[in-house]
Design a binder for this molecule. Structure first.
Ligand code: GRF
Length: 198
């Protein structure tokens, strides 16, 4: 299946996804990479790899930008969207018309520490265990049926940087593996997922 990957920054998870595909561990093809930040490192890398890139122009409003996503999905025959550090919130109508077909990665054990700085918030709070969550996107931010979670221990002597590095290492392994499982299981309605958790 073709996937669309949406990013806003570094793109290290996009790179991990591409590597997993190239290794044969993730059965998918990247149809396009979309971003609201045209010159972010992840987009520069994607163009260099010869991937199709789409600039999502949010300056004309969210609805217009989401129409661009819809058009790119049609053009590239993409039904499944992968959010990988995409810093925009998808509207309820967009989520409604792609129900169960948008997946997100968050660097904490949800429902703890949602928002833009999950790793930092967990570190500053002083929890001993944080982690990584992969979930389907619903109308709320960093919320929706959980497909996978993995714990990361916060060690004595950890700095924010050393913790970030371990969290990202887990992300780079867990996200491609979970995307593969999600694509194989097909489309789920939120209701059936809640009744039959993975
Ligand atoms: C990751 O930590 C992800 O969990 C969060 O944004 C970050 C993206 O990193 N949603 P990168 O751009 O993939 O390097």
């Amino acid at each position: 299946p073709n996937i669309g990957v949406l990013i806003s920054g570094r793109g290290s998870n996009l790179m991990a996804i591409k590597e997993a595909i190239d290794r044969g561990d993730l059965n998918a093809r990247i149809g396009f990479v979309g971003s609201d930040v045209p010159d972010c490192p992840g987009m520069v890398w994607a163009s260099g790899q010869g991937l199709d890139t789409v600039f999502l122009d949010y300056s004309k409003g969210r609805e217009a930008a989401e129409c661009q996503i819809d058009r790119a999905m049609e053009l590239h025959r993409v039904r499944h969207l992968v959010l990988a550090g995409f810093m925009r919130i998808l509207s309820a109508p967009f989520v409604g018309r792609h129900r169960g077909q948008v997946i997100n990665l968050h660097p904490s054990l949800l429902p703890s520490f949602p928002g833009r700085s999950g790793i930092r918030d967990a570190f500053l709070y002083g929890v001993r265990i944080t982690g990584v969550t992969v979930h389907l996107v619903d109308e709320q931010v960093d919320h929706g049926p959980i497909l996978a979670q993995e714990a990361v221990e916060i060690l004595e002597g950890d700095t924010l940087e050393s913790l970030e590095e371990r969290v990202h290492r887990v992300e780079h392994r867990l996200y491609p593996a979970t995307i593969d499982r999600w694509l194989k299981e097909g489309d789920f309605s939120l209701a059936s997922l809640r009744l039959r958790p993975w």
